[in-house]
Design a protein around this ligand. Structure first.
Ligand code: FAD
Length: 248
């Protein structure tokens, strides 16, 4: 299952509330720093006013570019990561399939642990008691709910994943570089990605990817991102609601 962890976020050097950078932005633009020191807005300016400014800033979204988040996103498929990286204003680093066998290695090790050296052995085991094989495959591949809940579709899916794993292992064992062996891997293979994005773009992404038309896996990724950000910007859901309705 998708796991999103907030690793870091912008923190002013005084005070401990990144939302106050938005307030400071408002005060800079309205010339208020002639009246009060900037430190006041980062520390002693009342919380109620901070909240009001953050919500009102939905009309001036550039202010949100001053708060930046970094997430670790794990156990998503390459189907999902491919959609995520289309959001070009964020920055990414993704687990390499050229230098690491990544999640597939975990599947292979698991299958070997159960003694399934060949594809036929794994397929036989699948027909008797599929729990061991499923347990191994789930370590490296995403199982969409629509497939999991359809017994016939699931059988075909699992067989296809197993074939890919054994062909991949065979290619690697014959000296084919990882960067070429990976061509046989399905898009269901899991990956991890680190993503850095500012609050304005995160809200924009949420507008696009939390809609029902968006694909379920990226919808879940973005839902978890918003959940994580709530700890830092409790207004985030309200901002998404306000700013999405302006857009769509
Ligand atoms: C429900 C859904 C279905 C989708 N289906 C498909 C699909 O079938 N096929 C497909 O290819 N994609 C698909 N996408 C992806 C979509 O086409 C976009 O690539 C993705 O949503 C990111 O778009 P963006 O404009 O927000 O972000 P970016 O492309 O990262 O751009 C961010 C912003 O930067 C600006 N910008 C970036 N590049 C330029 C430029 N060259 N010129 C001018 N301004 C620029 C724009 O203001 C833009 O809003 C889908 C997206 C969604 C949400």
């Amino acid at each position: 299952m998708v796991r999103v962890t907030l690793l870091s976020y912008t923190m002013p050097l005084i005070g401990n509330d990144p939302r106050r950078l938005v307030v400071l932005g408002v005060k800079v633009s309205s010339g208020k720093l002639h009246e009060r020191d900037w430190k006041h807005y980062l520390t002693t300016y009342p919380e109620h006013d901070v909240h009001q400014h953050v919500v009102s800033a939905s009309k001036y979204p550039t202010l949100f570019e001053h708060i930046v988040f970094t997430f670790l996103i794990e156990d998503i498929s390459r189907v999902c990561s491919h959609q995520l990286v289309r959001h070009r204003i964020a920055s990414y680093v993704q687990e390499s399939q050229r230098y690491s066998e990544g999640y597939v290695k975990r599947v292979i090790e698991c299958l070997e642990h159960y003694g399934y050296k060949k594809l036929e052995e794994a397929l036989n085991a699948l027909n008797q008691d599929h729990s061991n094989v499923m347990n191994c495959l789930e370590r490296g591949f995403v199982f969409p709910r629509t497939i999991r809940s359809n017994t016939i579709a699931l059988k075909g899916y699992v067989e296809q994943l197993l074939k890919a794993v054994y062909i991949y292992r065979d290619l690697v064992s014959k000296g084919v570089p990882l960067e070429d062996s990976r061509y046989v891997l399905p898009q269901a293979v899991k990956t991890r990605i680190m993503m850095t994005v500012n609050l304005r773009e995160l809200i924009h992404i949420a507008c696009l990817r939390m809609r029902m038309e968006a694909q379920w896996e990226i919808r879940e990724v973005v839902r978890q991102m918003i959940e994580e950000v709530k700890r830092v910007v409790p207004e985030i859901e309200e901002l998404v609601n306000r700013m999405c309705s302006n857009k769509v």
